[in-house]
Design a protein around this ligand. Structure first.
Ligand code: PHE
Length: 465
């Protein structure tokens, strides 16, 4: 059997895992959620969830992966709990579903690089028309998927690690440049205060619940992506420190994305941000509102716009790579198929599964108005449906199951033993006590509750909070 490969350095793992975490979720999703619900209040809840609730899940996933050196299904088998490998199977299905629609959005972003570079800002007002051109947009998506597959086919150190080590620092530098630029625009301060000053009275059920979903998705938790990446980590790596760095990197990029986007919104609304007449929510924020800002900038707007979407594509690519690696590692480990072949098979299949998400934006009536949830007054598209199933439902469920498994089936002392490798002072430390408590109580209880609330609220129209 061929060797599985692994990360060649500490930094390589951190760059790759941070690359997985940093993606559309940070630059497209986070600012949109902030705009839609609560401004700074959302940011506040999001930060609490990342550190208190999600961090323990991340540590657990990486530990299970490194202990077993297996994909998310094989990992549970290797620990001797075959019955629990359904957690890994659920994760692989989530990965399939998420990548299928994620790639469609990445395709839009990819197309926008060219539209902006050519100064075609009108594409924004006609975003619906842009999405209707399914062959063109699908072509962009296909190129994106092929690029993803190419990186994954090169393996761990030669593909994923190498790409992340180049893309991640470039992304951060480009962002800082754009943030500085956006600060120079008129009325940027109004945007900043909307973003940064939390009005705690804005916190309600929806804000809390969206902040958790966002934290989970953004940190790539709950589907075994970090079990998979963890399986390539060296035994002398300090998992707790690595997880802290990954979390901080993810939060930093989300916060930077806000620092970049809200001053732009302050500029275009002439300081009236937050008064509701600006598209600040959903895909519209990035694909409709921002290009209008780039247009108003005048000379240089095309360059700033093209750079912005290039940056978005870099972020998305290191995430799609991790999403593809999960099912690929499963097929490679469990069915003994060569990596290259597994990659192209799985990528092809996921691209096909994504077609309904591609055409469900106006082109196909059936997939556009795919389903109307109980109690909802508007139908949800196929893409939205898959999003609510995978992101909002399956990820928190997966996160809940992983910590529950670690605490009560695999047992905490085994988790502790794994975390102590590469971290000689771990046992007896405050961090150990905190993680033990969080993995046994805080994370499973809150995640369990949120899972139930999500299912009731999203699919059955029963809103308990
Ligand atoms: N974290 C990625 C983002 O923010 C998405 C992702 C989710 C990647 C789950 C891998 C696993 O865009």
């Amino acid at each position: 059997m061929a060797t599985r490969g692994g990360f060649s350095s500490r930094l390589g793992f951190i760059a790759a895992a941070a690359g997985s975490a940093v993606g559309l979720g940070n630059i497209w999703g986070f600012p949109a959620e902030v705009g839609a619900g609560g401004g700074g209040a959302f940011v506040f809840m999001y930060l609490i969830f990342c550190f208190v609730l999600c961090f323990p899940v991340m540590v657990t996933e990486i530990a299970i992966g490194r202990k077993t050196e297996k994909n998310p299904v094989g990992a549970f088998n290797a620990l001797g709990f075959k019955k629990w490998n359904f957690i890994g199977k659920l994760g692989i299905i989530s990965g399939f579903l998420i990548l299928s629609f994620y790639n469609v959005i990445a395709g839009w972003a990819f197309g926008y690089i060219f539209e902006m570079a050519m100064g075609n800002f009108g594409v924004a007002e006609n975003f619906s028309a842009f999405k209707l051109q399914v062959f063109k947009v699908g072509g962009y998506g296909l190129v994106f998927m092929i690029t993803t597959a190419y990186v994954v086919s090169k393996g761990i150190s030669g593909g994923i690690e190498k790409a992340s080590k180049i893309l991640m620092p470039t992304l951060i530098l480009m962002m800082i440049g754009l943030v500085i630029y956006s600060f120079t625009l008129e009325n940027s301060g109004a945007g900043l205060s909307f973003y940064l000053l939390p009005d705690l009275s804005e916190i309600n059920g929806t804000v809390v619940y969206n902040a958790l979903g966002q934290a989970f998705f953004s940190l790539s938790l709950g589907m075994g992506a970090l079990i998979t990446y963890g399986s390539y980590v060296r035994k002398d790596e300090n998992i707790v420190t690595a997880a802290a760095l990954i979390t901080i990197a993810d939060i930093t990029v989300a916060v930077l994305a806000g620092l970049l986007i809200f001053p732009l919104l302050g500029f275009i609304t002439q300081g009236n941000i937050g008064n509701g007449d600006m598209a600040t929510a959903g895909p519209d924020l990035i694909f409709v509102t921002l290009p209008q800002v780039f247009e108003q900038i005048g000379t240089g707007g095309a360059l700033v716009g093209a750079l912005f979407f290039l940056l978005l594509c870099f972020a998305a690519l290191t995430s799609t790579v991790s999403l593809l690696e999960v099912p690929v590692s499963y097929v490679v480990d469990e069915f003994n198929i060569r990596r290259k072949r597994a990659v192209w098979m799985v990528a092809g299949l996921i691209f096909l599964i994504g077609i309904p998400s591609l055409v469900g934006n106006g082109y196909s009536e059936f997939f556009t108005n795919f389903i109307t949830y109980i109690g909802a007054d508007q139908p949800t598209s196929f893409l939205g449906f898959i999003g609510s199933i995978a992101n909002d439902t399956m990820l928190p469920l997966g996160g809940f199951l992983v910590v529950f498994f670690a605490a009560y089936v695999w047992k905490k002392h085994n988790l502790d033993d794994e975390l102590a490798k590469g971290n000689p002072n771990y046992k007896g430390s405050f961090v150990q006590k905190y993680l033990n408590f969080a993995v046994s109580y805080v994370s499973p209880v809150i995640l369990g509750i949120i899972f139930i609330l999500t299912v009731l609220g999203t699919f059955f129209g029963i809103n308990l909070i």
